[in-house]
Design a protein around this ligand. Structure first.
Ligand code: CAA
Length: 293
């Protein structure tokens, strides 16, 4: 069934090579997904060799797991390993048809990265962004061809979560959108077309959910108590485990974006801000339950 709002699929362009900007948690999961489902070369770029090695290393380790579980054959595993490579320069994207960025959640950083990519790719190359909450229209403005930019928002863990939010910016054209839907289908994701609004649709809800559980802990309910209070509802994981999976820095960023857009509806947890500022990796075992008073 054609997803609501998807343009005519005849407009979609063929994708024969994919570029991924960033080699962090989301980016490396995306590289594996694209290589596995599209079966085309995927190049990751990042700022230094150590990050690149970590990203490519993640893909290799996940391929080993898929092989051990019998999800891919030895031949497929070999092909997957060969399809994913790392490069320190974006020149490697010159012949890519689809580039997705998954770098730090900062509008200026993302605009700079997209401008750098645009300088090397063809006019037809789609530029997708995995932003969780930033404006696609703002990100595209200033580019030579803003019509090629589209939001492509995945959920963690990328290999498992079926949902994909596709976001149309003010300038996004039908060919770009059709290509995005066609890629999403090949990735076997259920895509929904959402409006370019702060945090789109899903993170508006999730941020309220996270906001209330962190507020409960901020107000003095011990973290473990707040976290397990919902056990009986049968959620797939506890809220603080989910917060950890998403990443405290990403969750804080989305909360701040929503607070800026709708101050009366979204708060920012003092404990979460303190945790992220201190660079603490984990929620559990942190000082999260301290009373801000
Ligand atoms: N990477 C790859 N595969 C993973 C994985 C990961 N990080 N975590 C789990 N899996 C796989 C497992 O390998 C397993 O696969 P097999 O069936 O092939 O063995 C499968 O998922 C199920 O895993 P488990 O049996 O270990 O555990 P589970 O049944 O509890 O499921 C879960 C794990 C799917 C993560 C589940 O707990 C869940 O759905 N959690 C909620 C996740 C969620 O809400 N994500 C959205 C976050 S919001 C976001 O990302 C957006 C944003 O912008 C902030």
């Amino acid at each position: 069934k054609k997803p609501a709002g998807a343009p005519d699929k005849a407009l979609a362009r063929k994708v024969t090579k994919v570029g991924v900007v960033g080699a962090g948690l989301m980016a490396s999961q995306l590289a594996l997904l694209f290589a596995r489902r599209l079966e085309v070369p995927v190049v990751l770029t990042d700022l230094d060799q150590a990050r690149l090695d970590k990203g490519v290393g993640y893909v290799r380790a996940e391929v080993d797991k898929l092989l051990a579980k019998g999800r891919v054959s030895a031949d497929q595993a070999g092909r997957l390993r060969a399809l994913v490579s790392g490069s320190l320069t974006k020149d490697a994207f010159a012949d890519a048809d689809f580039v997705i960025e998954a770098v730090f959640e900062d509008l200026d950083v993302k605009r700079k990265v997209l401008a750098e990519v645009e300088a090397v790719v063809s006019d037809e190359c789609v530029l997708a962004t995995n932003t969780s909450s930033l404006s696609i229209t703002a990100m595209a403005s200033g580019l030579r061809r803003p019509e090629r930019v589209v939001g492509f928002h995945f959920f963690n863990p990328v290999a498992v979560m079926p949902l994909l939010e596709i976001v149309r910016g003010d300038a996004t054209d039908d060919a770009t959108l059709a290509t995005a839907f066609s890629v999403a289908k090949t990735l076997k994701k259920s895509s929904v077309l959402v409006k370019d609004a702060p945090a789109f649709v899903v993170n508006r809800l999730l941020t309220r959910f996270m906001g209330e559980i962190t507020a409960a802990a901020d107000e003095g309910t011990p973290l473990e108590v707040a976290d397990h209070a919902l056990d009986g509802l049968g959620l797939p994981m506890t809220p603080f485990t989910l917060l950890q999976l998403v990443g405290p820095a990403v969750a804080l960023h989305v909360a701040e974006t929503m607070h800026a857009a709708f101050p009366e509806r979204y708060g920012v947890s003092g404990n979460l801000a303190t945790l992220v500022a201190a660079g603490k990796p984990g929620v559990y075992g942190s000082d999260f339950q301290i009373d801000p008073e």
